[in-house]
Design a protein around this ligand. Sequence first.
Ligand code: GMT
Length: 376
Amino acid sequence: MKIAIVCYPTFGGSGVVATELGLELARRGHEIHFITYSQPVRLALLSPNVHYHEVNVPEYPLFHYQPYELALSSKLVDMVKLYKIELLHVHYAIPHAYAGYMAKQMLKDEGINLPMVTTLHGTDITLVGSHPFYKPAVTFSINKSDFVTSVSQSLKEDTLKLFNIKNEIEVIPNFIELNKNVKDAGVPCQRSVMAKQEERIITHISNFRKVKRIPDVIKIFYNIQKEIPAKLMMVGDGPEKEKAEVLCQELGIEDKVIFFGNSNEIDKILCLTDLFLLPSETESFGLAALEAMACGVPVISSNSGGLPEVNFEGISGYLSNVGNIEDMAKNALKILKDDATLENFKENALSVAKQFDIKNILPLYEDLYQKAINKY
Ligand code: GMT
């Protein structure tokens, strides 16, 4: 199939899922066209099956806001005609499903039917999309998509609660490419560079937005390091990062916390990690937790949104109510207290991650694409 994928090219989970999906589809022989405003961060190599088309928005002083949706829908029309693209898959409803629908209509005018699949990722529904300023447009674009998927059952339920949806929503969970982590590639985990032999290594990876509850991450770690020797690795960048650095200083733990910024080498960090923290306010799925588990890292998370669908209580880690940092620290210590318990949780985290192997999930998208193409 010839498929156009529209996504955010940044470090966010939706862009990562879209990119990894496109790359695996290309490996399976499909022709993939990424259409977005810059090359997706996980898209290192282009190949005959993987194309990238940049959306440019010309600056004009009259515009207070530059019209990205307009440029995106025009680019979609041009690329669909040029490459004879058969299907459009948009990730994140705002504004991608809206621009996709406009492209569909423009193409229809020229006698071309372009089926559109929209994947809902989380904040496009729970945080941004349900804002009254966006709600009518988001409802419209979801209802006008040919097929709609959500990355968890919890997100599906939230969508049905928040919007007046007439379309079916199919749950297709996020996935992970196993056997790609550095241990399997024979690259040694350089643990000794990061911590002393006796220290446990704890990691958090995110976009450091409010929804991630970054101060909770620091406070959970603060409680852990009072009991056992430990280091915290904070990976990513965003609005809450500076405050987190200040909090570490106030708590006197700045020498135990390393801030990395955004990284393209997540696997190298996860392979030397003992425990992953994700105490988010809400998380439609929690891809970062799954990526950790795929590297054999147990997870301490909140129990909100889709997290219970990914992190299994007492097996791959533990889940607590949002904000209950005492419980999260207590559970972390339960996992970290001795080598045998930690080893057990590490093995279990990996086996749970295996359920989300891309090999199991990708055929669900392929079947849906075929249904969408057959619709016309
Ligand atoms: O994690 C974020 O805030 C970024 C956001 C995105 O759309 O890039 O992530 C959402 O989509 C991910 C991929 O489907 C999910 O794993 C995240 O749970 C979801 N984030 C939230 O719901 C807060």
